[in-house]
Design a protein around this ligand. Structure first.
Ligand code: ADP
Ligand code: MG
Ligand code: MG
Length: 256
């Protein structure tokens, strides 16, 4: 049973005004096969959490830990984190000129496993995943993220998720810019990964819309760099009705 444990994570960034503390002691425990939604207003530090776990150099860890099965991820390189079983879908994925989706996926898989996947089953797997995500065959020969629409980027993320089979994935605002049909297809892919490989998921979202298709086991409300409230799926329903006002008032209260 795999587990991802975030403990008292504190993170700062350098700004023109000096060092700014963004994460102020985050605690989370995600077990294999669990879906945790992180919800919260803009600027509350959700993406900072995702980037820090992924090892983005801009984010300075001031304290705390992120352990996958007891191994400290914060001491590992980005590649080593991926090999340990972490997957982060960037909120703004980068273009990789001259590298096709097909080559990118095979290179990533080879790097993760330490050996190239056997060709025929691999090609079959890619084809099946692409069909399930309703992606055209020609997509595999396009350059990574070059001219991808918002929906294509998201499908490509989920394609990676299905093929690379990480233990834990962090999806940041995967729902942004998707129409309902694309959202359903992308959500089905995530649900398949949970079913087939016991994927544990940190699903970061501002809006509750995606939670109609990907059912969270736990919901954490993020305010001002900390988890302000936790609960089950009913908490997301409440946020849908009430918004974040109540939490924002809390964080502005004197002494809070
Ligand atoms: P969210 O994803 O919840 O909208 P972010 O993690 O993007 O929140 O941002 C949290 C806060 O940290 C914001 O006030 C933002 O301006 C600030 N911040 C995030 N990244 C940087 C950065 N690289 N440089 C300066 N400030 C940053
Ligand atoms: Mg934001
Ligand atoms: Mg964000």
């Amino acid at each position: 049973m795999s587990v991802l444990e975030v403990k008292d994570l504190r993170v700062s960034v350098e700004t023109e005004q000096g060092t700014k503390e963004i994460l102020k002691g985050v605690d989370l425990v995600i077990n294999e096969g669990e879906i945790h939604a992180i919800m919260g207003p803009n600027g509350s530090g959700k993406s900072t959490l995702a980037y820090t776990i992924a090892g983005h150099p801009k984010y300075h860890v001031e304290g705390g830990s992120v352990k996958l099965d007891g191994v400290e991820m914060l001491e590992l390189s980005v590649d080593e984190r991926a090999r340990a079983g972490l997957f982060l879908a960037m909120q703004y994925p980068v273009e990789i000129p001259g590298v096709t989706v097909s080559n990118f996926l095979r290179t990533a898989k080879t790097a993760l496993d330490g050996e190239a996947p056997a060709l025929r089953p691999w090609i079959k797997e890619i084809r099946e995943s692409m069909e399930a995500l309703r992606m055209d065959k020609t997509f595999a020969e396009r350059n990574v993220n070059e001219g991808f629409s918002g929906g294509e980027k998201k499908r490509h993320e989920i394609l990676q998720l299905e093929l690379l089979k990480p233990k834990f994935a962090i999806l940041d605002e995967t729902d942004s810019g998707l129409d309902v049909d694309a959202l359903k297809i992308v959500s089905e892919g995530v649900n398949r990964a949970k079913e087939n490989t016991g994927l544990g998921l940190l699903l970061i979202t501002h809006y509750t819309r995606i939670l109609r298709y990907i059912k969270p086991d736990f919901v954490h409300v993020f305010v001002d760099g900390k988890v302000a409230e936790e609960g089950g799926p009913e908490l997301a329903d409440r946020l849908e009705d009430e918004g974040y006002d109540r939490f924002l008032r809390l964080s502005e209260a004197p002494g809070a």
